[in-house]
Every structure is written in C-alpha cells, then in structure tokens.
Design a binder for this molecule. Sequence first.
Ligand code: NIG
Ligand code: FE
Length: 419
Amino acid sequence: MSKAVFIRNAAQLVTLQGSSDAPRVKGEMSELGIIENGSVWIEDGVIQAVGPDTELAEKYEGRLSEAEVIDAAGKLVTPGLVDPHTHIVHAGSRENEFNMRLQGATYMDIMNAGGGIHATTRATKAAPHEELYKQSYNRLNQFLRHGVTTVEAKSGYGMDWETELKQLEVAKQLNESHVIDIVSTFMGAHAVPKEYKERPDEFVHLLVEEMIPKVAELGLAEFNDVFCEKGVFTPEQSRVILEAGKRHGLIPKIHADEIEPYEGAELAAEVGAISADHLLKASEKGMKAMAEKGVVGVLLPGTAYFLMAESANGRKMIDLGVPVALSTDCNPGSSPTVSLPFIMSLGCLKMGMTPAEVITAATINAAHAINRGREIGSLEVGKKADVTIFNIENYMKLQYSYGVNHTDTVVKNGQVVLR
Ligand code: NIG
Ligand code: FE
C-alpha cells in the first residue's frame, strides 16, 4: 500500500466539484469551487477528503505522521491538467516549414507540395519503434513539467497499417511506462496518402473495411478522428469514416472547420461526436447544433497563433452553450508546444475567455472531451488523485503571467512524481 499524501493549506484549492456527469456550459464554467486554505488527503491513489485545512487536520489528526505532507501555503492547487488533443507520437520536427511560412507559404501549400503531414509521415514511417517511443516519451516528460497528467494521443502519421499500428502500440507502451495517462485515438484519416490522391474513396474504403475494424479488434483506440477539410476529407467521406468507427465501438472526434468553413461542426453534432476540435471557421448554425447535442468544442488557440490565423471564437461558443475545452494540439506542424498553461493564456487573450473559464476548459471539460469526466478533471472524493500545484497564489496569475512555467509539484495516481 502506498503512503498517504496530504496537500495542506493551499492559498486557493480549485476543486471544480460537481460536474462528473456532464461538461460545464455557460456560467457553470466560471464556478471553480475554490477553497481558501484548502487541503486534500490522498490514499491508495484516490482522493479521500477535500476541504478547509482546519477540517482535514482534525479529521486526520492521529495519522499526520504517516503521511507525506506537502505544504501548499501561498500556492495554487488544481486538478492535474488534461490535454484532450495531441499528436505526440511522431518523429522529427518541421522548423524548415516554419521558416517557409514566415516567408509567405501557407500550411496547405506546403502539405499539397508533399510536405506538412506527409513529411512527418515519412519520418514516422522511417523511425524504428524504439526511436518513436523515445522521442514521444521525452515529450511526455515535458508535458508533466507543465502540470499535465493526462494526454490524448492520435495516430495518423502512417496512413498505412504498419505505421498506424506502430504509433498506436507506442502510445500503449507509453501509457504503461510513463506516469502520464495516455488515451488513444485512431486517426488514419489524417491526410490522403499520395498514392491515393486520384482515388481518395479507395483510401476511405481501406480505412472503413480494414483499418478501423482491426484497430477496434485489437483494442488499440477509444476514438476515431478525421481531418474534415477542403482538400483533405470531405464532410461526406468524414461521415462514412466516423459512422464506420461507431459500428466498431470507436467514439467519433473530428478536426472541423480549421482552415475553411466546411460544416464540420454540423457534422459533429449529426454523428454524435464526443468533441469537435479546432473550429476556427465554424458557423453559428454549427455551434448551435453542437450546443444542443453537448458536443465539446476542443479549442486550440496555439495552432491559430502558430499558423498566424485568427483564433476560434471561444467567447461566442460559450455564450451559445457549447461546452468548451482547451488543448495544445501538440504536433510538429501546426503547434509544436507542450505548454498547456500558455494555451490557457491564449484562451484569454485571443478567444475572449475569462481566467476561470479557461481553468475549467483545461481540466473537467477536457476530461469530458476524452470520456474521462467521471475519473479525473476535478478534486473530489473518489476521483483519481491527479493534482498539480503551481507556485502562484491565485488562479488568474496562471494566465496573466504568461509563458512562464509555474508548475511546482505534480501528484499523479496519489504519488508525488514531480517537485
Ligand atoms: O491538428 N489539422 C490537422 N492535423 C494537425 C496538424 C498535423 C501536422 O501538421 O502535422 C492539427 O493541426
Ligand atoms: Fe490535431
């Protein structure tokens, strides 16, 4: 049995209690459930008690000496941050394309010329399993240093069975070996491989008839994602791919309306996707449909920042009732970052979200975007003990003091894993 951990006396303990069943919407996103001078008692990897320090100190009076006590005086304590959209399992980087974009080339120009996703696909195909594992493991270490305790990871830099399988197996191995929890998504529909350029429906057929059934059978992913974008997969092809996933028990996710409006948000609502991600160019009709169906809008303002585009309209989505989450989109082409706290600052500065909404978006709503709202994303009795301590005294400073890593201590599964 592991030693109890007692986090004591936080200046602000952000609990976000009370939304394990559904993501938060509208005004609920501002209710952080803050306890001042708050404490958490953790045992067996699970949160046993949350409350004012005086209350917990009394409750556990006779057991204080057996616990590892963490003094959080003057600090901010939050649920471990959750990143619900990443492409962390990849090889190589694309700083050459960054330089090309700075001279005027667009993301799609580069991709259509065989670079972009295709370039990372070549590097990922060429990398042996061990190398792919090592590069991805290092990225996870960096996530942890930024206070993140759960990460979603997509395949999609293979687009052939062998490489997609390699990515998903690396993700599985990372989930077992690294303290961060990995939640896997199959994204064979990330781009149309060159050899299928003139006959994309044949590639869709391959995904639907062969790859999706195999991924489901091997239990290698929970979600099925598609890049629905002009020049990549049409809404009709996307629908076919997502419906096929559903038949095999894979929950739909979608890269929607990222570069051009394409009714991706509408499609997400129609197929019952758990989330629609990006949404820079989503229509109001699409946002309303998402709100009605409770589709989480996973917003990635780091991608807009890095592609020098205008961010999604987070403010409008929240006001229309879309449950909003935030993510890094960590990938080598459109968002090579692991700093979810920096993304949170962008949520305020570029999308009109308040600091409180942003905290909700990177914890409980992010957990719901990957179907983990009952296990993580808030500090309440019975939940997994994933906790991040920041070296700042209030939650607003996390976004205000931007680009600074304030992470002080991370507790994962009830164990101190970073300090
Ligand atoms: O979420 N838009 C498509 N996929 C990724 C980018 C992948 C890449 O450029 O390597 C995204 O932005
Ligand atoms: Fe993405």
